[in-house]
Design a binder for this molecule. Sequence first.
Ligand code: TNX
Length: 559
Amino acid sequence: MRSKSKTSLALPSIPLLKKNPIRSNLVRSALFMAVVLLGLSCQKEKKKRMLNLPRTDMASENLIPKPLKIIATESAFALDQFTAIYTSENASGFEEVGNFLAEKIKWKTDLDLPVNALAKETQQGVIYINQSDSLEINAAEAYQLYITQDSVVLNSNTATGAFRGIQTLQQLIPDAGNDTLAAYKVWPIATGKITDSPSFEYRGSMLDVARHFFSVADVKKYIDLLAYYKYNILHLHLSDDQGWRIEIKSWPLLTEIGGSTEVGGEAGGFYTQEDYKEIVAYAAKHHITVVPEIDMPGHTNAASASYPILNGNGKKAELYEGTHVGFSTFDTRKDTVYAFIDDVVREISEMTPGPYFHIGGDESHVTKKNDYIYFVEKVSKIVKKHGKRMIGWDEVAQADIDSTSIAQFWSSRANAEKAVSKGMKVILSPAKKVYLDMQYDTLSKFGLHWAAYIPVDTAYVWTPEAYEGVPLKNILGLEAPLWSETISTIDELEYLAFPRAIGYSELSWTTKENRDWEGYKVRLANQAPYLDRMDVKYYPSPLIDWKKSKYTYKEIKKD
Ligand code: TNX
């Protein structure tokens, strides 16, 4: 198992010096030599320790989403208190990825691994997160993971690729440490080589925080879970008839009045701009892009109740806490409406580093067709003016918009075809396949079933690559929306989202050749310890033979 490259990679010279104020070459090489010698002196004892490690098959690990290629070498790397993490120096974002990995290893194993620290005498195995320009991994978010007995080397062009790679590494760490191999706990990690990159560039989930409001803490937890399964998009549905959830400084009544309600008469709520920035920053730390949505010209009752001048349905807009759709509209022929939208898009875009702005555009049943088209065209220009790429639900494809706009196909194949004929990209969110608010079956505690019942197998067993005639080249990716008419707590949210959101991560990352329900079922069953540790109240679908786990979030905290 030992090779020259493995040994040299296990002794990264430059990162060791990162925090060292003395930067002379002499000191650098002296320290490097010291590390080399230290490494060599450890070899003997280390070899002995490794002989006792169990053989582990990387190819049968419970990885989700399943990587592109796995070559197992059936040995093990010992993760233990002597392991250290190093990252490439001067590679933007890599040290943060190393720190993130250390945090997650601490959480799972209670090990405190140093990141880019000077090597201690006791140091043995190394995890090296390396910036590499190799052509083999030049796709966005691609990475390679080489695990040998001596070292774990994660190569990626970008910090985002490295971040996806450390999710794989986290999943390879056994749930429980082994205390029979040594006087301390060891987590044997299967050796081999993984080469991986995603099928689709857009892998998202949407949270409807408008029908019911969810706190910043709730959203952060959802981000934690999405990141673990390599999602890269969180779409926030920030406004609807029942609530306006984002502070707009130039139009303060939106949240003061429009943020005060939610479905069922509960308290409502909204994000201050500081809250929103906190969510965006937290998502960015997880290499997830936030897509903000202001739904219009329909689904705008809360805005019109706050500022009646916006209203176009001819009736006085009263705050609304029911669940009907399609009764509200902006007045599409009023300049004030576009001045308002300009302010809203500007303020939100300024806080949103990602490239997208979602204008909604669904179910505008009381907007005349030509008014709707006029509206979408005008708003598409406003979005462009503020430097963003427009996304809209599939109805927007009826308007004369250019190929940079994106249609989110939720219901109408005809609209999806229109989008394709305009050269637009399409995000697949077919309600009957990926709506997380659809009930699993007739006994489901929460959710609706207007589109379908979606049990865990139906959610997984379909082929987005060939969905209803949308050409593969037009598919930007997949998004699983979670509408919140029937859920108001994080537990309820988790019941609907999990485990189905785990399957959608695989549909959007893994090639169709690498997917099969029988294999997935087993890998999913083995997510139970992670979900339990995260205190996720997932729906324990009877289709899955869930692995029994003794973990709970509280126990982990106590450890
Ligand atoms: C349809 S999907 C909607 C939402 C509802 C959802 C409930 C879409 C673009 N519009 O307004 O919340 O159904 O499943």
